[in-house]
Design a protein around this ligand. Structure first.
Ligand code: SAH
Length: 354
């Protein structure tokens, strides 16, 4: 990896060289470059997005995810509108700019019910509303936008089509095309977010480099990157789904590779909002959040899901902060942000398009 190549226009081959870099000295240069681009483009403010995991029902059979429909042994929940509103008010009171409502792909979340809830949140609080509810119909996405939803998160997980299809099977009669949905969301005026998991079995450095170049092509407003974490009760976690890449091309699901992916994404998408993810904090509870923020990220998503639901939303095991409550997450994250010389963002923290 050469320092001069670390520009917004870097090629996919150069991104791959960055991902493969092992020299500590050169990685130091990568972290510095990403941090500089972050500071110049999105400032020192770290925006807080309160995350409420509103349902763990899911119709999908994703091979990586602990919420997959085939898991019959977990307790499913769907929060009530009032329970969610309580958390929205809490978020506003703590000065968070955004409420993120995430769930499995749950068709028990009815379109009109969700639209009414979005309207109430927008009426009663100053929060920006972000949805992360999976691959819903264009009508539903339109209805929610009309109701006032500001943003939508839908990770494409990997740009390697074969790998994607093997870990994210279609629903009967319905092709999963997340890229098409992302483009549609943009036409509706949503701020649009996507992202990938790092270290999916079978993922190569070349395909991860393409993912990052693709973030730039899609001109994403938000980019979420976290390590793939094995869940033992899933096909991918049990390794019954056998996809391997040869050793030298295989992307590890480790911390360092995630930082490289975050740093390179910041360099190619200077103005995007990039969270330091919970998955990263899960594999390094001591410093994961901070190192993500120091290597390109500018957003943190404190978990606002109340008990017992936050334990039941187990997409992967050992999720960071699972046994904390919203209050302790609030205090802890605030301290961590100030301790690295950053400040807490005010307002909605939308992407500024220059
Ligand atoms: N149903 C929504 C939200 C899913 S959870 C959707 O599909 O968009 C949000 C993200 O968690 C997923 O997009 C995926 O990238 C991540 N995730 C799921 N299982 C994971 C695992 N085992 N390890 C790491 N990340 C995982």
């Amino acid at each position: 990896m050469e320092e001069a190549m670390l520009t917004k226009e870097m090629t996919t081959e150069q991104i791959e060289a960055g991902l493969r870099e092992t020299s500590e000295e050169k990685l130091g240069i990568l972290w510095q470059a990403a941090d500089k681009v972050r500071k110049e483009n999105v400032s020192d403010a770290v925006h807080l997005r309160g995350l409420v995991e509103i349902s763990n029902y899911c119709v999908r059979a994703c091979a990586y995810c602990g919420l997959r429909a085939q898991r019959r042994d977990i307790k499913r929940y769907r929060m009530t509108a009032d329970e969610i509103l309580t958390q929205a008010h809490q978020a506003a009171q703590w000065g968070y700019g955004t409420l993120v409502m995430q769930a499995g792909e749950d068709y028990g979340i009815k379109a009109q019910w969700m639209a009414d809830l979005i309207r109430r949140i927008k009426d009663e609080t100053p929060l920006a509303v972000t949805l992360s509810l999976g691959e819903r119909s264009y009508e539903e996405l339109g209805l929610w936008r009309q109701a006032g939803a500001d943003r939508y998160l839908l990770r494409f997980e990997t740009s390697d089509k074969d790998l994607y299809n093997s870990i994210h099977p279609d629903l009967p009669g319905k092709k999963s095309d997340r890229i098409e949905i992302l483009k549609f969301l943009r036409t509706l005026g949503y701020e649009t977010g996507s992202g990938v998991m790092v270290g999916i079995p079978g993922q190569t450095y070349t395909s991860l480099a393409r993912d990052i170049a693709y973030f730039r092509t899609l001109n994403l407003d938000m980019i979420g990157i976290g390590p793939y974490i094995e869940h033992p009760d899933t096909p991918l976690g049990r390794s019954s789904l056998c996809r391997t890449a040869i050793e030298k091309d295989r992307v590890p699901n480790d911390e360092l590779t995630c930082y490289k992916a975050i740093a390179l994404s910041r360099i190619v998408c200077p103005q995007a909002n990039i969270p330091s993810t919970t998955a990263l904090a899960t594999i390094n509870p001591i410093q994961g959040r901070e190192l993500g923020l120091m290597r390109g990220a500018n957003v943190v998503m404190p978990n606002l899901t109340p008990f017992p639901y936050r334990v039941q939303y187990e997409i992967y095991p050992g999720k960071a902060c699972m046994n904390e409550n919203a209050q302790s997450c609030q205090g802890c994250l605030g301290k961590r942000i100030l301790a690295i010389g950053r400040n807490i963002g005010t307002g909605a923290g939308s992407r500024q398009r220059k």
